[in-house]
Design a protein around this ligand. Structure first.
Ligand code: DC
Length: 216
């Protein structure tokens, strides 16, 4: 791959976009950015300082301090941090600061796979490939429960489902950069598709785009 190449992946929490992004980045040897971690880093900072999540100036300062090369997935993956991230993500200035960093990351050669909520619509509207990965809320809740149980934990399916629906509502309903498929996104519904099948489907889409580009 000689030019910078960008793959944008969007979708709701738990649809499998993170795994898909990692598989695609490995396969095509592209850089990888889980943009959710950037919003999580801001939320984590505010939680640590004991500040409310709608403290705009503190959130802006935290957003400026986000270092893309130093995002600790283990700390940031906590459920409460995801909830809090969804709340700081409604602040337009926080989005502007983080989007600027995400765009710079996407531009670095050889290119990147970015996953999030607004990659195809706002961060990289000119991405070579846009995927919108979704699954029903019920399927996502069951997957999340299985994940928790596989780590030895326990949880209640109805509570997880309610959390997921609340998060969808906030991410899709906010005024600035709501989660929605870009007009030119390929839709991948993983409700009844294993991640391997989703990966193969995505690969077929990317390979076709690459072949077209090489013919041009
Ligand atoms: O993908 P995730 O669960 O790590 O994302 C956490 C929250 O961050 C999500 O609920 C909304 C916000 N987010 C966003 O607004 N835009 C992105 N590109 C990525 C995440």
């Amino acid at each position: 791959m000689t030019h910078t190449f960008t793959i944008a992946i969007d979708g709701p929490a738990g649809a499998g976009k993170g795994t898909l992004a990692r598989r695609l980045a490995d396969h095509y040897r592209l850089n990888l950015l889980d943009t959710g971690l950037t919003y999580r880093a801001v939320a984590h900072k505010l939680l640590g300082l004991g500040l409310p999540l709608d403290n705009v100036s503190a959130a802006e300062t935290a957003a400026r301090q986000v270092d893309l090369s130093n995002l600790d997935r283990t700390v940031l993956s906590a459920h409460a941090v995801g909830e809090a991230a969804s709340k700081v993500a409604v602040i337009p200035t926080v989005r502007r600061i983080l989007v600027e960093k995400q765009r710079a990351f996407a531009k670095a050669p050889p290119g990147a796979v970015l996953d999030g909520r607004d990659i195809g619509t706002v961060v990289c509207p000119d991405a070579d490939i846009k995927l919108y990965v979704t699954a029903s809320a019920e399927v996502r809740a069951k997957r999340r429960l299985a994940e928790i149980e596989s780590m030895g934990g326990s949880a209640d399916l109805a509570t997880i489902l309610a959390d997921i629906e609340r998060r969808d509502e906030r991410d899709m309903g906010r005024a600035d950069s709501p989660l929605k498929p870009a007009a030119d996104a390929h839709l991948l519904d993983t409700s009844e598709m294993a991640i391997e099948a989703a990966f193969l489907a995505a690969m077929a889409i990317v390979d076709e785009a690459l072949a077209k580009r090489n013919r041009a």
